[in-house]
Design a protein around this ligand. Structure first.
Ligand code: AOF
Ligand code: ZN
Length: 375
């Protein structure tokens, strides 16, 4: 019997919210538990955008028992009429007497108005319980709503001697099957996967989620939603025969080339071409690309899977929020390629410190989760 504390109810709501990890995009993952007389009377989570929010599922499950209950929700109940009705109104109408939320909704359409609506109707409101855990569930949604850009997770595979590909570019495979399954999960939870054209030219990677590699119960449902594939390709060098152009889902080629002919050919081969202003040295302006993805494509989480040049440029521009580094028990030697090209880095004073959040074994490899240290 778990302890019936407010924390344990919110923890249950967080567990429910996690069940939407792969499906709610572009909406946040949200869970809700209704408790009355120390008993759980209804629970639910948001499954898919366009479908009912977590609170509505929980209210339906509780029926008449919702009256007088306390709602534990991982996000502030909404106050707006979007694809579905305002949850704050539904909670009021069901007679819920108290709402405990983990965090305020960063969506400017809501942003505190849900709480105000509840309070005005006489519902007691508390906010901030297990907030850190709730925020960790939706880093992309929060980044998009509050900073106008996605949350960028950089995934890399390296040898024990810190090398990521042979000098030729050959890199398949450094890590084992368990690590590669983990990468499939990272793709599946992301709204978009970004890669540089060099990596695509060399690996001919498909950048897709493969249900058979996911090893999850609902792998089929997940694989139906492919992340948007984004190829950073300043000069439109993507081969027309690239495998990623023939996969289900969309491939967006981000360029600053204005070559009309090449663009038309790529479009005929299945790509969508996005012409952006150029940043440093005639390369795609990465800030502008991320702003476009958040603003026009509602991209929450990005998985960056690329080589040393683009990885270094993204890091240099301060656009990497998290690094997931898979380290394999192998040596590739001094001729092999490093993880990051950081050309301006010459002195120890210029080193890039990281904070490590987690290290664990994944099969025969090690996964290190780190983030650039706040300076
Ligand atoms: C909630 N409970 O379970 C979720 C909420 O387009 P709609 O109608 O689905 O609205 C999406 C917005 O609603 C989303 O941007 C976020 O602000 C909020 N999500 N709110 O009360 C939920 N998923
Ligand atoms: Zn809602």
């Amino acid at each position: 019997m778990p302890k019936l504390t407010p924390e344990s109810w919110m923890a249950r709501a967080l567990t429910l919210a996690r069940r939407g990890l792969y499906t709610t995009d572009p909406n946040p993952r949200v869970g809700c538990v209704l408790v009355k007389n120390r008993r759980l009377v209804g629970e639910g989570f948001h499954v898919r955008a366009g479908e009912p929010h977590a609170e509505i599922h929980a209210l339906r499950a509780a029926g008449d028992d919702a009256s007088g209950a306390t709602a534990y929700v991982t996000l502030e109940p909404c106050s707006h009429q979007g694809r579905t009705g305002p949850c704050a109104r539904a909670l009021i109408e069901a007679g819920v007497k108290k709402v405990v939320a983990a965090m305020q909704d960063p969506n400017p359409q809501v942003g505190g108005r849900g709480f105000a609506m509840l309070r005005e109707a006489g519902v007691e409101v508390e906010c901030g319980l297990l907030e850190k855990e709730a925020r960790a569930l939706n880093p992309g949604f929060i980044a998009r709503m509050s900073r106008g850009r996605p949350y960028v997770r950089l995934k890399m595979a390296m040898s024990l001697d810190g090398r990521t590909a042979m000098r030729s570019g050959e890199s398949q495979w450094i890590t084992g099957p368990s690590a590669r399954t983990e990468v499939q999960r990272l793709r599946a939870r992301s709204s978009a996967v970004i890669s540089g054209v060099e990596s695509i030219i060399f690996d001919n990677s498909r950048l897709t989620v493969r249900a058979e590699q996911l090893q999850l119960e609902d792998a089929k449902a997940i694989a139906r939603r492919q992340p948007l594939r984004v190829v950073v390709d300043s000069r439109l060098r993507l081969p027309l025969a690239a495998a990623c152009l023939r996969e289900p889902g969309r491939t967006l080629v981000a360029t600053c080339s204005r070559e009309g002919k090449r663009r038309q050919r790529l479009e005929a081969a299945g790509a969508e071409v996005l012409v952006l202003r150029s940043g440093d040295e005639g390369r795609v302006d990465l800030d502008a690309l991320l702003a476009y993805l958040a603003g026009e494509e509602q991209v929450n989480e990005v998985l960056l899977e690329t080589g040393a040049t683009l990885a270094g440029a993204m890091l240099d521009a301060g656009l990497v929020d998290e690094i997931q580094l898979f380290m394999a028990p192998t040596l590739l030697g001094g001729n092999a390629r490093p993880l990051f090209a950081l050309p301006g880095l010459e002195r120890m004073a210029q080193q890039r410190p990281l904070d490590i959040d987690d290290i664990r074994a994944i099969g025969r490899d090690w996964r290190i989760i780190a983030r650039p240290a706040a300076i």
